[in-house]
Design a protein around this ligand. Structure first.
Ligand SMILES: [Zn+2]
Length: 204
């Protein structure tokens, strides 16, 4: 597993770096369609690799469940961009790429609020599935927002937006966050699993 973690971490950095070159600096980058498709693919790939790293740390899940969870994170991290259509009130790329402000799914404080509520509820009520879901959502939006943040900063409503994230910091965050989230997930999970009283009627 250690080999896969190192491999996937390098793959994240290379995907982000090469992906940005292809999306924004290739000879096809003037095409809105090309940029929209490749940008979505890079977001999906980063969500995919981030969740692969996260689930490589969990040896208790079956391959089938892990694959479903990785698919979910991949789809969510790519689907965040659908809010361009909501803000533009149009499905045409020329409208979606000329927006004056970002949509709700690009608001980092919106996701922080939602995931903190789910996380606290699942932790206090010891709902393992909801607890995992909150981490999967964090994985999906954090990889998307950090990548977008390289150009536009993080949107922290109502506090405004941060400065654009420097390229080295952006690559570092993308590579480190899935490992950090996996560690926090396991520490939290083991602490509330310990506190669940053993139901002896199950073994009598
Ligand atoms: Zn986006």
């Amino acid at each position: 597993m250690r080999f896969f973690n190192v491999f996937f971490t390098l793959a994240i950095v290379l995907t982000a770096y090469i992906g940005d070159v292809i999306v924004f600096r290739s000879k096809y980058s003037d095409s809105l369609k090309f940029r929209a498709i490749t940008d979505s693919l890079v977001h999906a790939s980063l969500g995919f690799l981030s969740s692969l790293i996260f689930f490589c740390h969990d040896y208790n899940l079956s391959v089938h469940i892990s694959a479903l969870n990785v698919t979910f994170c991949t789809i969510v991290s790519s689907l965040i961009d659908v809010d361009h259509a909501f803000v533009a009130r149009s499905i045409y790329l020329k409208d979606m790429t000329n927006l004056k402000h970002r949509g709700i799914f690009h608001c980092t404080t919106f996701w922080l609020l939602i995931t903190t509520i789910i996380l606290l509820y699942s932790y206090l009520e010891k709902k393992t599935n909801l607890y995992l879901l909150s981490f999967m959502l964090i994985l999906a939006y954090s990889s998307h927002h950090i990548r977008d943040g390289n150009r536009r900063g993080l949107w922290l409503y109502p506090f405004g937006s941060s400065a654009p994230i420097d390229k080295p910091l952006y690559l570092f965050l993308l590579a480190v966050l899935p490992h950090l989230l996996a560690c926090v997930y396991h520490i939290g999970k083991s602490s509330f699993e310990k506190s669940i009283p053993v139901d002896f009627t199950m073994v009598v």
